[in-house]
Design a protein. Structure first.
Length: 335
C-alpha cells in the first residue's frame, strides 16, 4: 500500500515536469490578495465635456409695446359713417392728447414659436375704456391665451382711443392703412423675433381678426378694405356685433373659405340674430356650436349664458380663455 502511494506521487511529479510554463501558471492556485488589489483600483474617468445647448432649443417668449408709424391714431380725418371727427363721440368730446395720440402696438411672440413652421397672426381690437397694457395684456390676458394655446401663433394688438367710450377705427377708415399696418407688423415681429430677414415669412402668414365689444368697428372696416385679401383667415367677435352688419355680411358671403365666429350676450343679441337671419336667407349654413376642428367656411353664432358677463367675456365666454380655445381648433397651426 505504501509502495502504491509512492508510485502515484512519482507519476504526478513527472507529468508536471513536462508542462509548459504557461500551463503551469494556469494550473497554479490564484493569489486572492492580488485579485482584491486589482478590483479596488479605480478606473480613470474620461474628461468632461462642456454642455452644448441643442440648435433647436425653443426661443423664449417676448412681449413688447412698439410705436408704429401706421397705427390707428393719431388720425385727422372724419368718421365716414357720421361725418364727425374721430374725437367726437355720442357721450361728448375727448381731448386729442392723450386720447387719440398713442401709436403703440402690443406685440407678443410665445415661447417655442417657430417661424419656419406654419403659423398665424392674431390681430386683437379692444373695446371701450381700454388700454393695451392694463386691459389687453394684464386683465384680459390675451398674450397669455396665445401662449397657453397649442398654436404656433403671435399676437398684435393696436391701441385705439385710450381709455375712452369710443369705437373709432381711426386710420383704419382709410382704404390702404390696414394693409400698411400689416406690412409694418411683419417688420416689427421679425425684429422682435430676432431675425430681421424673416419679414417676408411673416408677410405670408394668415391673419385672424378678433374684435371685442367696441372693437367691432375697426374689425368691420379692416375687412371692408381687405375684402379680397386672402391672408384674412377668419373673424371672431366677442360680444361685439353692435353694428356694421353689411360689412360682415359681404365679407362672409364673398369668400366661403373663411370662418366667422360671433359669441354674444344680451347687449348684442338682437344684431347677432339679425345677421344670422340675413345669412340663412342666402342659404349660408349656420352653426350654433363649435366643432373640434374649425373648418374653412364655417359660420358660427354662439349664444352666451346667464353665468357670463360682458366685462370678463374675453377670458370667460363659452369656455375659459376662448381665444386659446379657438386656436386649438386649428390643428394646421399647431406649435
Amino acid at each position: 500500500m505504501q509502495a502504491l502511494r509512492w508510485s502515484l506521487t512519482a507519476t504526478v511529479l513527472c507529468a508536471l515536469a513536462f508542462l509548459s510554463p504557461q500551463e503551469s501558471a494556469v494550473s497554479a492556485p490564484r493569489d486572492s490578495r492580488a485579485e482584491v488589489s486589482k478590483q479596488t483600483t479605480p478606473t480613470p474617468l474620461p474628461p468632461t465635456r462642456p454642455v452644448v445647448e441643442p440648435a433647436t432649443a425653443p426661443k423664449p417668449g417676448k412681449t413688447k409695446l412698439v410705436e408704429f408709424e401706421f397705427a390707428p391714431f393719431p388720425f385727422e380725418g372724419v368718421n365716414p359713417r357720421t361725418g364727425k371727427r374721430a374725437r367726437a363721440t355720442q357721450s361728448g368730446v375727448y381731448l386729442e392728447d392723450p386720447t387719440y395720440s398713442d401709436q403703440r402696438v402690443l406685440l407678443h411672440i410665445p415661447e417655442g414659436f417657430d417661424v419656419r413652421r406654419p403659423a398665424v397672426i392674431v390681430v386683437f381690437f379692444h373695446g371701450h375704456r381700454a388700454t393695451i397694457a392694463r386691459d389687453v395684456l394684464t386683465r384680459q390676458k390675451v398674450a397669455e391665451q396665445i401662449s397657453q394655446s397649442h398654436a404656433n401663433a403671435v399676437l398684435v394688438a393696436p391701441q385705439f382711443a385710450v381709455n375712452a367710450a369710443d369705437s373709432s377705427a381711426g386710420a383704419f377708415w382709410e382704404p390702404e392703412l390696414f394693409r400698411l399696418f400689416l406690412e409694418e407688423t411683419s417688420e416689427q415681429l421679425a425684429l422682435l423675433y430676432g431675425q430681421p430677414g424673416s419679414t417676408r415669412i411673416f408677410d405670408r402668414m394668415p391673419v385672424i381678426l378678433v374684435g371685442y365689444s367696441g372693437g367691432y368697428s375697426p374689425t368691420a372696416w379692416a375687412i371692408h378694405h381687405s375684402s379680397t385679401n386672402k391672408r384674412l383667415r377668419g373673424v371672431v367677435l366677442l360680444d361685439a356685433l353692435y353694428g356694421e352688419l353689411d360689412k360682415f355680411e359681404r365679407w362672409i358671403k364673398n369668400d366661403r373659405t373663411r370662418f366667422f365666429v360671433s359669441s354674444y350676450l344680451g347687449s348684442t343679441r338682437t344684431r347677432n340674430l339679425e345677421l344670422e337671419r340675413i345669412l340663412a336667407d342666402q342659404n349660408i349654413p349656420i352653426r350654433k356650436a363649435l366643432e373640434p376642428r374649425l373648418q374653412p367656411g364655417t359660420v358660427i353664432f354662439i349664444a352666451g349664458s346667464a353665468d357670463e358677463n360682458h366685462t370678463d367675456f374675453v377670458t370667460r365666454a363659452w369656455t375659459h380663455y376662448p381665444i386659446a380655445d379657438l386656436l386649438n381648433r386649428l390643428p394646421e397651426y399647431r406649435r
